[in-house]
Write a protein that binds this ligand. Structure first.
Ligand code: PHE
Length: 498
């Protein structure tokens, strides 16, 4: 079977940037930075980019491209048992997409609300009562929120239409979905920095706080955020690189992608913190207290700020439409990359009909995503996002670096990517890959201790289990099942490898 190909190098780079830059940059980065004291987050974040983000991206590109397969197949060729590591990533990607699409669903609702500026003067109230129709606890599902359900359906329909023709249709939409957010965020920043009080907000964001480096939380959240934002350890970059010819440049592409991704995070940071400064001044409270933080930050801050724009309802509505369109274009290519990671994992192994695999994966994920469209949806998104990213994702990073750093001649990967790349990486790369599992493991264990001491966001133990610890066990078991399934396709696999 001939492997699918990107049309050209640009298509690949755009797709990878599209996957990397998403809601993680626009929503997650600002609120994680906000909850870690703004500037306190910046140094750990950059350290994490250099020590983990870039080296891992290069590693995944190399392995995916060299072995021409998604994560399970590619890692399995390094050593058979490592298929498990690949499947772990596929399962994590699958779980993330189930809630990711729901957040996009909220944005559809806001796009619609923008036409009439429906959130009025109470942006949090609108978010909680009209959009989410939030219940009082994770256990009280309370039926569906109809607006969220509609938004969710729209998201899935978009994903289906984009993915149904594989890399070719992806190549087409991506030029637009990657470019638009840059332009639109830039407009938002220009608007934000001209608001009174904005400088206070920017200062809060940009001033590094060295005393914060001693805390463990800020570090693990920085690494988590870098993993999430760059879409590494989630089977995606293997899959995307596997659609490239074996002699394509690697390091140069990786640098471009890291740079672009960081830019988008920073741009949203500037826009959000500028606006927060304005809100703080307006309300006469310190910046740290002006918003609720958490996943809702963007939904609380932006509508509020949009309201206060000069020029009357028309301008406000137009600005709202532009902003929420930005969010949707940002999110959509990340969302379909997550779906694609699962599809590539499954299709590589069971080959044959990629279209049917696509439909199957979408239907399964859509079904599960219904949980988050209930009135308790926000709580579950919050829980699952926390546990899957802080634990399952970091564990994925540990596994893949152990595989490549200790069970493979790591230097040969470096020789490989240096031989095809314009920019050569020195021995530091090999060193990082070898040391990363240790760093990540130490962070993970220490964070675990903190999480046990103070349960996340004070949710009751049962929910910490259902949406957290239990789910991680499910990841482990599902990955095992997928690895173990013996079928006639195993033989097919062996043929291909020989
Ligand atoms: N990187 C994406 C973002 O920042 C999210 C994502 C994670 C996409 C993992 C694909 C894989 O929003």
């Amino acid at each position: 079977m001939k492997r699918e190909r990107w049309g050209n190098r640009t298509a690949f780079i755009l797709a990878a940037i599209g996957s990397a830059a998403g809601l993680g940059n626009a929503i997650r980065f600002p609120y994680i930075a906000y909850s870690n004291g703004g500037g306190a987050f910046l140094i750990p974040y950059f350290v994490a980019i250099l020590t983990a983000g870039l080296p891992l991206l290069v590693m995944e590109f190399s392995v995916g491209q060299k072995y021409q397969g998604g994560a399970p197949v590619a890692l399995g060729r390094v050593k058979k048992g490592f298929q498990y590591f690949g499947w772990w990533q596929v399962v994590v990607a699958f779980i993330i997409v189930t809630y990711y699409v729901t957040i996009m669903g909220w944005f559809w609702d806001y796009l619609y609300a923008s036409f009439t500026v429906a959130w009025g003067n109470d942006s949090w109230g609108y978010f909680a009562n009209n959009v989410l129709q939030l219940s009082d606890s994770p256990g009280n599902l309370g039926g569906f929120s109809i607006p969220v359900l509609i938004g969710l359906a729209l998201t899935w329909i978009s994903i289906y239409f984009i993915l149904r023709k594989g890399t070719k249709s992806v190549g087409k939409v991506i030029g637009f979905t990657v470019g638009a957010p840059f332009v639109l965020l830039f407009i938002l920043i220009l608007r934000a920095v001209t608001l009174p009080g904005a400088m206070e907000g920017l200062n809060y964001f940009l001033k590094p706080d060295f005393s914060a480096l001693l805390g463990i939380k800020v570090w693990i959240e920085a690494y988590t955020q870098v993993f999430y934002s760059l879409s590494v350890a989630m089977a995606i970059m293997y899959a995307y690189a596997s659609y490239m010819p074996e002699d394509s440049d690697i390091t140069n592409n990786a640098l471009i992608i890291v740079f672009a991704d960081t830019c988008v995070s920073f741009m949203s940071g500037l826009a959000i913190f500028g606006t927060l400064g304005y809100m703080a001044q307006d309300a006469g409270v310190p910046i740290a207290d002006v918003a609720r933080g958490g996943l809702g930050l963007a939904f609380e801050v932006f509508p509020n700020a949009i309201n206060m724009l000069p020029g009357g309802t028309f301008v406000v509505a137009l600005f709202g439409i532009v902003f929420f369109l930005t969010m949707l274009t940002l999110g959509i290519d990340s969302a379909f990359s997550l779906v694609e990671a699962t599809i590539a994992g499954v299709a590589d192994k069971w080959g044959k009909d990629k279209y049917r695999t696509t439909v199957g994966v979408i239907l399964a994920a859509a079904l599960i995503s219904l949980l988050y469209a209930t009135k308790a949806g926000l709580y579950w998104v919050d829980l699952v996002d926390h546990y899957i990213n802080s634990y399952a994702l970091i564990m994925a990073g540990i596994m893949e670096t152990i595989a490549i750093g200790y069970f493979y001649r790591t230097e040969s990967i470096r020789e490989y990517f240096n031989s095809v790349s314009e920019i050569k990486f020195g021995k530091w790369w090999t060193f990082m890959i070898k040391i990363l599992p240790i760093i990540l493991f130490v962070l993970l264990v220490r964070y675990f201790v903190e999480d046990i001491k103070v349960p996340y966001e004070g949710y009751a133990a049962i929910y910490q289990w259902l949406g957290g610890w239990g789910l991680i066990i499910v990841v482990g078991v599902l990955a095992l099942v997928l690895t173990k399934i013996k079928s006639r396709y195993n033989a097919l696999d062996a043929d291909k490898a020989s």
